[in-house]
Design a protein around this ligand. Structure first.
Ligand code: PLP
Length: 363
């Protein structure tokens, strides 16, 4: 008798490990492990979710028309070129399953976002992780890694977990060096937080090429990770493909209402960006002064280096004792680092104080 088995590639998938949220025996937990945005959900989004409760028996609009129109209006994009998803993770998975699969290769940078590898493996792609330079994607090396079977190239810009960013000229050089039959996915989950001048989250390349997609999310600056809402901006042929493979009701009604409300929340982005820029700078400065290695970041998090995996582990334990949960980076191949989300001013103060005390006592 043969045992029930999934497709062989499935058993090669390492399940995603998310940011933890509980510590046994600690009352007050401060969760700085999932880059969820410092301020919680926008008030108008909370109200919209409440209002939707009485309509929960109705199927949502499968075309997400009102939401796509709101996104289009907010970002100056044609709603017909937008597809919404159950988080951008869903859209990433649909793109990989649609364009990749057995016999194909997916190229990503060594410390790129882990979902590309996880879903690429699930799809049966050979996943090629290209060495980085100074924890930043290396365009030449990524181009050199592409072969006749490469169908997908992923770039998170800024990248999670490193915080690094490629200038627009480098992103354009990447696209220009890729064959026409390779889909380039620009994952701009942290676009709103970027302060570097000249940044384009991907709109320019999506408009000027038939084979580039930009993905965005409501999970970070819009504070709606629990609602699961993301979107893609893509050329017509890719929109057509996503329309065929996505579930007919892949985005739920509460998520759509929350997203529309969040986009209209007055001053939300401005307030969040100002806070993030200020505290990202302050925390980075304080931790650097404490002797820790702080990587430059264009996101709402900092990658902090401790010199060795053992010392990073001790730092993590010291933070946990104070109820502070950050993200260990062993699963990303960066065991000497911890990733710290920029939270509220108080949370930033607490994590800075705890890590400064740690650095002083654990030389
Ligand atoms: C958080 C994150 C996502 C996932 O976003 P969801 O919309 O919540 O699925 C995608 N890409 C990167 C780089 C992220 O950090």
């Amino acid at each position: 008798m043969n045992a029930l088995m999934p497709r062989p590639s499935i058993l090669a998938v390492e399940p995603y490990v998310g940011g933890e949220s509980k510590l046994p025996g600690v009352n007050r937990i401060i969760k700085l492990s999932s880059n969820e945005g410092a301020f919680g959900p926008p008030p108008s989004a909370i109200e919209a979710i409440r209002r939707m409760a009485t309509e929960a028996h109705r199927y949502p609009d499968g075309g997400a028309t009102a939401l796509r129109q709101a996104i289009g209006a907010r970002f100056g994009l044609d709603p017909a070129r937008i597809v919404c998803g159950n988080g951008s993770d869903e859209l990433i998975a649909l793109l990989i399953l649609a364009y990749g699969g057995e016999g194909t290769e997916l190229v990503m940078s060594a410390y790129g976002f882990s979902m590309y590898e996880l879903t690429g493996t699930w799809a049966g792609c050979r996943v090629i992780k290209v060495p980085e330079r100074d924890l930043t994607a290396d365009v030449d090396a990524m181009l050199a890694a592409c072969g006749p079977r490469t169908k997908l190239v992923f770039l998170a810009n800024p990248n999670n977990p490193t915080g690094s960013i490629l200038p627009q000229s480098e992103v354009e050089r990447l696209r220009a060096g890729l064959r026409e039959d390779i889909l380039l996915v620009l994952d701009s989950a942290y676009a709103e937080y970027v302060t570097q001048p000249g940044y384009d989250p991907g709109v320019g390349l999506v408009d000027s090429t038939p084979n580039t997609v930009m993905t965005r999310t409501f999970s970070k600056i819009y504070g709606l990770g629990g609602m699961r809402l993301g979107w893609a901006y893509a050329p017509p042929a890719v929109i057509d493909v996503l329309g065929r493979v996505r579930g007919p009701f892949n985005v739920n009604a509460a998520a759509m209402a929350a997203g529309i409300a969040a986009l209209a929340e007055p001053g939300w982005i401005e307030k969040s960006v100002a806070h993030n820029t200020e505290w990202r700078g302050k925390v980075a400065e304080a931790l650097t002064a404490a002797g820790l290695e702080v990587r430059p970041s264009e996101g709402n998090f900092l990658l902090v280096g401790f010199g060795s995996a053992e010392r990073a582990k001790r730092a993590d334990a010291a933070l946990r004792q104070r109820g502070l949960i950050v993200r260990a980076m062993g699963s990303y191949g960066l065991p000497a680092y911890l990733r710290v989300t920029i939270g509220t001013a108080e949370e930033c103060g607490l994590v800075t104080e705890a890590l400064t005390a740690f650095a002083r006592t654990d030389g």
